[in-house]
Design a protein around this ligand. Sequence first.
Ligand SMILES: NC(=O)C1=CN([C@@H]2O[C@H](COP(=O)(O)OP(=O)(O)OC[C@H]3O[C@@H](n4cnc5c(N)ncnc54)[C@H](OP(=O)(O)O)[C@@H]3O)[C@@H](O)[C@H]2O)C=CC1
Ligand SMILES: CC(=O)N[C@@H](CCC(=O)OP(=O)(O)O)C(=O)O
Length: 313
Amino acid sequence: MTHKIFIDGAAGTTGLEIAERLAGRSEFTLVTLDDTQRKDAAARREALNDADVAILCLPDEAAREAVALIDPASGTRVIDASSAHRTADGWCYGFPELIGGERVADARRISNPGCYPTGFLGLLAPLVKADLLPAAWPYTVHAVSGYSGGGKALIERFETGKAPAFRGYGLAMGHKHLGEMQTHAGLAHAPVFSPAVVDAFRGMVVEIPLQLSAIEGAGEAAALLEALEAFYDGSQVVSVHPDFDLPSELLLQPDANPRDDLQLFVFGSEDGTQARLIAMLDNLGKGASGAAVQNLNLLCGLPETAGLHLPSA
Ligand SMILES: NC(=O)C1=CN([C@@H]2O[C@H](COP(=O)(O)OP(=O)(O)OC[C@H]3O[C@@H](n4cnc5c(N)ncnc54)[C@H](OP(=O)(O)O)[C@@H]3O)[C@@H](O)[C@H]2O)C=CC1
Ligand SMILES: CC(=O)N[C@@H](CCC(=O)OP(=O)(O)O)C(=O)O
């Protein structure tokens, strides 16, 4: 049996990378609309309702529009890569490592996590759940992303004209990922979030610095690491770096290849008073297209990591 997949937004950055991961997979028939039809509501309605799974790679407003075009009786299941439905009722938050792959497999509406929240939640959610870090603490998160994280518009800005080496943003303190980070980590407060873009196409580093000595009830760095190792034990997608082999620097390469894994690190000071929780991922991989393909595999009852770019063990 082949599954009919419609990518709405297939000409965009995320859509193209999903198509690349699905290319050559005989389990899927891929439907896309040509340039004259890809923004035509009638053509989209037909393709959306005709698909077994629709993957939305659109700006938020267009993603909401796409969902409204789907007749519930059509049976089309949806994976939305946008941030339109990440805390919405009736939507499954498509982070299988956190919620369990079976919940994704059973869902009809799946919202892919945002790229920054994938790093933030991948680090923090298991530790809060294990009571090693308190839900009531006001966390801070710093991050840098490759410029493809901003889609076609930011790619054009960085690739034509003079690209900045560093672009800090989110300075109005209202980044759209805050609600998603707070909700899915079960936090009392939204984190203070300082995102930035660097002059590399893909890749990101997401960091939660912790003054452990000031946080009542916090575990030591070694305990945080041990809990993450236990939580992700057996995962083919999320790896927790061992403390006996920690790198002395973390590098994003401007010409990095696509990858769909998530790497987690816990750095601790010698006196045990401070820690830096750090996640590295490809914003277009586990942060977007790789996550969509992982969720698609689960939805279709296929091996979870088929078609993913994972570093060989
Ligand atoms: N890039 C990333 O790293 C990540 C992106 N996402 C999310 O995924 C979604 C897609 O992002 P990305 O691929 O980066 O964005 P892009 O801007 O690269 O692509 C978006 C695509 O949607 C098309 N589009 C816009 N409006 C409509 C419409 N009404 N009907 C049909 N097509 C439409 C655009 O057309 P046109 O080509 O004409 O502009 C474009 O091809 C966004 O919601 C983004 O926030 C999520 C995680 C990470
Ligand atoms: C570098 C950059 O601009 N990144 C995007 C987030 C990319 C992402 O995760 O997409 P969603 O919009 O679907 O959450 C931003 O900060 O808005």
